[in-house]
Design a protein around this ligand. Structure first.
Ligand code: ADP
Ligand code: MG
Length: 406
């Protein structure tokens, strides 16, 4: 057909000229990206990089290599969010009618070409496949013809399945009341997604409500893998420190605030503990605007970090400099006494100061609160709007900590 002929005659990325060859050229900068099977290694500069494709077995969905389709395959419906490297749009696939989220990667401000942070995120996303982790379907460009990239820099879009809400928006709207069953289902799905990441040696490092997406069927997915790191890259001999400038302050665990640079998956469990508390109170439970105050708020609820509760804390670089004003005892069980016992037990375990004693994502899944939850077996129905799907009755009085206003 004519359409087919057109697509065949259009030059694709493969047809673009290669960069000039340097004498004795080595591809060192790109070796960085070669871990974990990402097809970006250039054994010699003359050789063309392999195009990064969908995961094995997923090709049938797109029938095309990533980056070959153009964004005008989609009708843009509107802007739904702001990401680190550009807007996020809601759009509809013109062929299938399917709703998607397009995350724009702008290239116009980039001196170095495709941003390395976006490459990292794509590399990680294509290794993740789980029903509680957002699925990247493909990558499209804003150019009909790859040769147009020579004229201006343009943009790429990461295409995701569309999710109706993010948890931050839902909680901030104040319109929804989560029932006990919904909280269990959301936490179950969150911990399943996280357990999957941890079992595959990924630390998410930015768990917070705006990175947890939900659809109107009650499915919840972990998203936003910009900060994610793979720990399998680092052998035990390798003692390079990890950066501790990760995780949005309100969800940051005490070991990071105290300068820990060899942290574990327990950092993500802490963030999820903060979210569990927040699902009940509908407000972030530790809202400080700087690091010392953040540790202070944590200490008031969880007790001051001390060797009795956390033997290794004295080894942390900032233990002596980040001293809270006074010694606090742990008051978590009193402050959250209004939670059902099984939820309170889990919150207590997830918000344990000592990361080595904090429960793991697997431990959380096996807890009394989560062990028998079946998210597929949630109350009602398909295609009912989440706002009416979540019960509006029995408004919990919002928990206010004695210090939130002080
Ligand atoms: P960044 O990694 O730069 O923080 P995100 O992936 O978190 O970007 O996207 C920013 C916002 O866009 C999210 O908080 C969410 O509101 C919205 N968003 C992202 N992905 C989707 C999606 N698949 N469906 C619906 N909204 C999304
Ligand atoms: Mg985000």
């Amino acid at each position: 057909s004519r359409k087919e002929k057109e697509t065949r005659s259009r030059p694709s990325i493969i047809d673009l000229p290669l960069p000039p060859t340097l004498p004795g050229g080595d591809s060192s900068p790109l070796h960085l990206a070669s871990h974990q099977g990402l097809s970006l290694t250039l054994p010699a500069l003359k050789k063309r990089p392999k195009i990064c494709c969908p995961r094995y077995g997923e090709r049938k969905h797109t029938k095309s290599d990533w980056g070959k389709r153009c964004v005008d395959k989609f009708d843009i419906i509107g802007i739904i969010g702001e990401g680190t490297y550009g807007q996020v749009y809601k759009a509809k696939d013109k062929d299938t009618g399917e709703l998607v989220a397009l995350k724009k990667v702008r290239l116009d401000n980039e001196k170095e070409g495709f941003p390395i942070t976006a490459i990292r995120e794509i590399k990680i996303l294509r290794q993740l496949k789980h029903c509680s982790v957002v699925n990247m379907k493909e990558i499209v460009t804003d150019k009909q013809d790859a040769l147009d990239f020579k004229k201006d820099k343009g943009a790429f879009y990461l295409v995701f399945e569309y999710m109706d809400h993010d948890l931050m928006g839902l909680l901030e709207s104040g319109m929804v009341q989560f029932s006990h069953e919904h909280i269990r289902s959301f936490m179950r799905q969150l911990m399943e997604g996280l357990d999957y990441c941890h079992k595959n040696n990924f630390l998410h490092r930015d768990i917070k409500c705006s990175n947890i997406l939900l659809n109107n069927r009650g499915n919840q997915k972990l998203s936003s893998f910009l900060m994610t790191m793979s720990t399998s890259l680092f052998s035990t001999i390798d003692s390079r420190p990890y950066t501790n400038k990760v995780i949005t302050l309100w969800y940051r665990p005490p070991e990071l605030l105290l300068g820990e640079e060899r942290y574990s998956p327990a950092i993500d469990v802490w963030s999820c503990g903060c979210i569990l508390g927040e699902l009940f109170t509908k407000k972030p439970i530790f809202q400080a605007n700087q690091e010392l105050l953040q540790l202070e708020l944590i200490s008031r609820l969880c007790g001051s970090p001390c060797p009795a509760a956390w033997p290794d804390v004295i080894k942390l670089p900032l233990f002596n400099t980040m001293k809270p004003k006074k010694q606090y005892r742990r008051r978590l069980r009193e402050e959250f006494a209004f939670l059902p016992t099984s939820a309170l037990d889990l919150l207590d375990q997830m918000l344990t100061l000592d990361p080595s004693r904090r429960c793991t994502s697997e431990g959380a899944l096996n807890s009394d609160f989560l062990c028998d939850v079946d998210p597929n077996n949630m109350p009602p129905p398909e295609s009912v709007d989440l706002d009416s799907y979540l019960s509006v009755e029995s408004r919990l009085t919002c928990w206010r900590s004695s210090w939130a206003t002080s």
